[in-house]
Ligand binder design. Structure first.
Ligand code: SF4
Length: 491
């Protein structure tokens, strides 16, 4: 057993929860604070940490001790300034009315609550947390994980009176965190499983989440049975439980209202709430499309669905993937184009669970359009990929760049080939039409100067009403908005 901290002053529930004497301020006004590297004292999680997680588990009242804070492994005072450290946060809660349903909701509040602490920044969720705090906070005495624990216990108890007991354990030894993470992954998988049998048309209400508005003020997640919140930690069931216990909180009911387009996922009720919550910056959303009025993304998304224009296809990359994706861009580079609460056609912040949804990018071609994803993600969602496509989707183990990608797709007869064929046919039809329009007069030859690079301004020609004409350009430099290249044998 690690170090046990005394938080007796927080054990005065339910009538009087005292705000703990705290070295820095705690309150909503500190949400959205960014802690940049030069201001940082040290960080937990993030790219450099070996292991990290945060988890909330409901327990029986006799299983935990209220306001107990346990630190397993070295505390902040034993860590070096500027360092990056592993961290696991386990919050155990109990109460006569506490049910398993609310675990996901309470877990996402860790993000909210830690951001309330002056000088602390928390991003992401579940197995991918990243926490920084400032040199200033440290100077004021914020030198132990005990302070994180006290803030969390106080905020949980004041926000959720149904919690009779809250116990917090911090793990800082990577091996121990990795061990705990295995259990956490099983718990998350069970939570995610629940929504898979429910379809969007089976329910009358969706839910909104504005928990990330402190970082992306115009962003609202629309949470439906078929589209989990972009961070992957709030499913439709979680959002429903959250809005039941805290109707004025960041999760709320959205009446679907009239269906405008089932395929794309456009609902009058959703648009109405979205317009209001985004303060007019988003007018309409196609819940399932990444191209036409796509869902906005804050910054906490678990993955990105990205367009690959060279092959008119879609790739998926997750936050944990450190290499360049097949389009030559890293997750962080693409995240810049994806985040901020704006609609970015071609870049869509998504939960990995959304890949399991029967509505996944349906209006854009669904799985028939997906050509690449990291191996680990593919393994996780394999059972939800249609059996006839699963082997046709490449990973970093199959291809490294777009040239290899085309070869792979052709060899595997990926359904994207059909799309290419259709586009080629459409392009040929367009060229034929252009040619037919041009072939309207007698043959005309325009001879240009024989030497040098010449830029000409052609006079307006009156073309004959019938017959054809021929234009011969020699040593010419042509600037054009659109070029149609045709095979000679098609003449
Ligand atoms: S990503 Fe979406 S669902 Fe998750 S906390 Fe942020 S707003 Fe809520």
């Amino acid at each position: 057993m690690g170090k046990i901290c005394d938080a007796n002053e927080l054990r005065t529930l339910p009538s009087g929860v005292q705000k703990p004497a705290f070295p820095v301020d705690i309150g909503e006004m500190h949400e959205g604070e960014r802690v940049r590297k030069p201001q940082m004292y040290l960080e937990f999680g993030g790219l450099k940490a070996e292991a990290k997680f945060e988890l909330v588990r409901p327990r029986q009242l006799n299983e935990i001790e209220d306001a107990r804070i346990i630190i397993e492994g070295p505390d902040i005072s034993e860590m070096a300034e500027d360092g990056s450290y592993s961290l696991g946060i386990l919050i155990e809660v109990a109460g006569a009315k506490v049910e398993n349903d609310i675990a996901g909701v309470l877990e996402r509040r860790i993000h909210y609550f830690l951001n309330y602490i002056e000088g602390v920044m928390h991003v992401n969720q579940r197995y991918d947390i990243w926490i920084r705090f400032t040199k200033d906070a440290y100077k004021h005495g914020f030198n132990s994980l005990e302070w994180f624990g006290k803030a969390l216990i106080w905020l949980y108890k004041t926000s959720f009176p149904i919690l009779e007991k809250v116990q917090v354990t911090f793990y800082t030894e990577p091996a121990q965190i990795s061990e705990q993470l295995k259990t956490a992954m099983t718990i998350w998988a069970e939570r995610d499983e629940r929504t898979r049998s429910l379809m969007d048309e089976d329910v009358e209400q969706f839910y909104g989440c504005v928990m990330c508005q402190s970082f992306a003020p115009s962003h609202m997640c629309v949470i439906t049975p078929n589209r989990t919140g972009s961070c992957g930690s709030i499913s439709w069931f979680d959002a429903r439980a959250a809005s039941n216990i805290d109707p004025n909180g960041p999760n709320f009911v959205i009446e679907k209202g009239a269906v405008i387009d089932t395929e794309k996922g456009i609902y009058r009720g959703v648009d109405k709430v979205l317009q209001e919550k985004s303060l007019g910056s988003v007018q309409t959303v196609s819940i399932y499309s990444m191209f036409e009025n796509p869902h906005t993304s804050c910054g906490c998304f678990e993955g990105i669905a990205f367009y690959i224009p060279e092959i008119d296809a879609v790739g998926v990359v997750n936050r944990d993937y450190r290499e360049e994706a097949v389009n030559g861009l890293t997750f962080s580079a693409m995240a810049t184009n994806t985040s901020g609460g704006v609609q970015s056609p071609g870049f869509n912040g998504i939960a990995i669970e959304y890949l399991r949804s029967p509505r996944f990018l349906k209006p854009d071609g669904g799985w028939n359009r997906v050509v690449w994803m990291p191996y680990d993600v593919k393994e996780r969602v394999k059972s939800s990929i249609p059996a006839d496509i699963v082997d046709k989707i490449a990973t970093e183990k199959d291809v490294k760049n777009l040239a290899d990608m085309k070869q792979f797709l052709t060899q595997k007869q990926h359904p994207i080939l059909q799309r290419w064929k259709e586009q080629e046919a459409a392009s040929e039809a367009e060229s034929a039409e252009t040619e037919a329009t041009a072939e309207t007069g007698a043959t005309t030859a325009i001879q240009l100067p024989a030497e040098g690079e010449t830029v000409i301004s052609a006079p307006t020609l009156q073309l004959p009403a019938s017959g054809g004409f021929k234009i011969i350009l020699k040593n010419a430099k042509i600037t054009a908005e659109k070029i149609i290249i045709k095979r000679l044998d098609k003449k």
